[in-house]
Design a protein around this ligand. Structure first.
Ligand code: GRF
Length: 191
């Protein structure tokens, strides 16, 4: 199963996926490309570390969504890569219907909350401010509804009385780094 990872940030989840692949824990999944919509995104460096091609792809003309010329560039590039699975790992851009239709059923997203609670930006901060005692992360299929597609799996994180936003966020990221590679491995086995 050929996997393409899309991200915008530090790429700690991409790193976890690539480490799982190196450890032989990604079953039949193989990461073939990392794509970032920011030229200086940390996620690109993980490609070099793990020997996987990584590239910046210009998402213009829009700032917060992938549509128009940029969307076509992403569609053409990912089609040429013959991707079986597209993993959104911190890709901070709304994916639009043309992209979703082109890769129907092949796009998954990682979200830092127990959906359907706290969709949208800053799922960690939203949960923290609401004072929930249990939160967690979700991997779901991407549909036209932002953070609304079918849930594939979730992992819970308990917020202890002595947690701070910083320690809570650390627990959340640790949970993400377990969950996302495990889901990819499972999907590859079914593939
Ligand atoms: C993660 O918290 C993920 O849930 C959210 O964006 C963050 C990406 O982190 N969608 P990283 O770039 O993988 O470190």
């Amino acid at each position: 199963m050929r996997v393409v990872i899309l991200g915008s940030g530090t790429g700690s989840n991409a790193e976890a996926i690539l480490q799982a692949q190196r450890d032989g824990a990604l079953a039949a999944a193989e990461v073939v490309q990392i794509i970032a919509d920011k030229p200086d995104a940390g996620i690109l460096a993980h490609g070099e570390t793990f020997g996987v091609p990584a590239q910046y792809l210009d998402p213009a003309p829009f700032k917060t969504k992938l549509e128009g010329v940029g969307e076509d560039l992403y569609i053409d590039t990912i089609t040429a890569l013959r991707a079986d699975l597209i993993v959104l790992a911190g890709f901070m851009r709304v994916i639009k219907p043309k992209f979703i239709r082109t890769f129907a059923g092949k796009i998954i997203n990682l979200h830092p909350s127990l959906l359907p609670s706290f969709p949208g930006l800053d799922g960690i901060g939203q949960a923290w401010r609401r004072g929930v005692k249990v939160s967690g992360c979700t991997v779901h299929y991407v549909t036209a509804e932002v953070d609304g597609g079918p849930i594939i799996d979730q992992a819970t994180v308990r917020i202890a009385p002595d947690d701070t936003l910083v320690t809570f966020a650390e627990k959340m990221h640790a949970a993400e780094h377990e969950l996302l590679p495990a889901v990819i491995a499972r999907l590859s086995e079914r593939y």
